[in-house]
Design a protein around this ligand. Structure first.
Ligand code: F0G
Length: 462
């Protein structure tokens, strides 16, 4: 009899092409970060050793995707690549109509131009900042209905991206269903840590929406990662394939939009998908004004072809197991060094609790941004603040608004880094933790924009 022996896990791919990484001294980095006003978005990428600023558009494409790049049909109208994308969306997600856009926020712009008016209210689970930005830009209001467990990094909940159904219903009653053009479910929920939403919760949200006759929209940037969590954490779906779970997630959802730079496994792109032809016609006018003709909407033919392949590859169980497993691997390492992280680990990133790591720095001095700066100086790792800077000031009162959590996000690009890189990140974070007490003061703002300020803000040490 052949005995079954367990082998270690390895990624389901190997490397065909490499990119160089440049190393600098700690002293050089600490001068550089001052020169760029303590804003990590201002760093040239050759000053970064491991870039964890985002998992968006930073993944590595497969050989099949590169082959599609060569096959790209760049016709202005009726591109063959568009039809490949349309077919993939129909097959994987079940939607008949698709409007490509150049990225996720462009999809928000097109979709909200057709569906959202001043004074309206959009409840959802911790809307992503561009979503919130596009809602507030139209003088409408985004109301966060995420479950309270999401805001305590140390409590375990398998689906911290879930909507608090009672809160959702109260919000609908408070503002009146007629002021709510749609509810948004973001899968996975980036803002609270790449945390998934369960199918049970999606179903309950749809029930409430149906009761009040409100459409449900989904922001599906990380739909495949969400499906993976459902398979491994929601008992009822254990035996389901990722593809079947995805179909179930999208059943009776009115509209989805996607930043394809995440689970589309491409470097740029986005789309809106739906079955309602009337709404499609309405939003197509905005596609044409803002993005381009309806069969490319801001994407090149070759990008649409690569996306059609990427959408399929992202649904592969072994790929997802490796991808989310790598995030969990880094999480375990960080935990073993006593670094406070959002638990359980999410799909695309690690979220470090800056309030716990730097309790001496008040929120008004941007502790998560300070942590990002210190990690950069320590080891050239670039993360991003998800805290007071990102939250922006209240657009009505102009006052600073302090979110419940101050997080440093370390987003892991798809198929780019190895577990050796994860070990480097964990060691660097440990070094920062060991000198955290010495940091007595935070940062102050020198210059800022009114909306989405974190991209361009200029800071100084206090
Ligand atoms: N929705 C979600 C959930 C997102 O995470 C993002 C982008 C967008 C919409 C907007 O898409 O960037 O293509 O315009 N998130 C990136 C991030 C920027 O780093 O998390 P986009």
């Amino acid at each position: 009899m052949i005995k079954k022996m367990k082998l270690p896990h390895i990624p389901p791919y190997k490397t065909k092409m490499i990119e160089p990484v440049y190393f600098r001294s700690k002293k050089a980095r600490s001068e550089k970060i001052k020169e760029v006003n303590f804003n990590l978005f201002n760093l040239h990428s050759d000053w970064v050793v491991i870039d964890l600023i985002t998992d968006s558009g930073t993944g590595a494409m497969s050989e099949q995707q590169w082959a599609e790049i060569m096959l790209g049909d760049e016709s202005y109208a009726g591109s063959e690549s568009f039809f490949k994308l349309k077919k993939a969306v129909k097959k994987i997600m079940g939607f008949n109509l698709i409007a490509p856009t150049h990225q996720g926020r462009a999809a928000e712009n097109v979709l909200f131009s057709a569906t959202l008016k001043e004074g309206q209210v959009v409840p959802g689970n911790a809307h992503f900042d561009t979503t919130k930005g596009h809602i507030e830009f139209r003088k409408a209001k985004a109301v966060d209905c995420t479950i309270k467990e999401a805001f305590d990094t140390s409590t375990y909940h398998p689906f911290k991206g879930n909507i608090d159904i009672e809160k959702l219903e109260n919000v609908i009653i408070k503002y009146g269903p007629e002021t709510i053009p749609f509810i948004v479910i973001t899968v996975t929920c980036n803002t609270v840590g790449g945390q998934p939403v369960s199918l049970e919760n999606i179903t309950k949200t749809k029930e409430i929406a149906k009761k009040y006759n409100i459409p449900v929209y989904m922001d599906i940037a990380r739909y495949a990662e969400n499906a993976y969590f459902i398979k491994i954490r929601e008992a009822e779906y254990k035996e389901w394939s990722i593809k079947a779970i995805i179909k179930e997630m999208f059943r009776d959802i009115d509209v989805v939009w996607m930043s394809s730079k995440k689970d589309g496994l491409v470097n740029i792109g986005g789309f809106i998908a739906l079955n309602n032809y009337e709404l499609f016609e309405k939003l197509s006018q905005f596609t044409i004004i803002y993005e381009g003709f309806v069969t490319y909407g801001g994407m090149s033919g070759r990008s649409m072809g690569a996306l059609a392949v990427g959408l399929k590859e992202a649904c592969d169980f072994h790929y997802l197991e490796d991808r989310i497993g790598q995030v969990a691997y880094l999480g375990e390492k960080l935990k073993s060094f006593g670094i406070p992280i959002q638990e359980p680990t999410g799909g695309h990133a690690l979220y470090i609790d800056a309030k716990k790591m730097l309790p001496q720095i008040p929120q008004s001095e941007f502790p998560a941004q300070l942590l990002a700066v210190e990690l950069y100086i320590e080891a050239g790792i670039r993360g991003v603040e998800i805290g007071t800077l990102l939250a922006d000031k209240d657009p009505k009162t102009g006052k600073e608004r302090f979110p419940e959590m101050e997080l440093l996000r370390l987003a892991i690009p798809r198929r780019v880094y190895s577990n050796a890189h994860m070990d480097y990140i964990a060691e660097a974070m440990k070094n920062v933790k060991n000198r955290a007490k010495e940091l007595k003061k935070g940062l102050v703002i020198k210059k800022q924009a009114e909306i989405l300020r974190h991209f361009t803000v200029e800071l100084d040490r206090k």
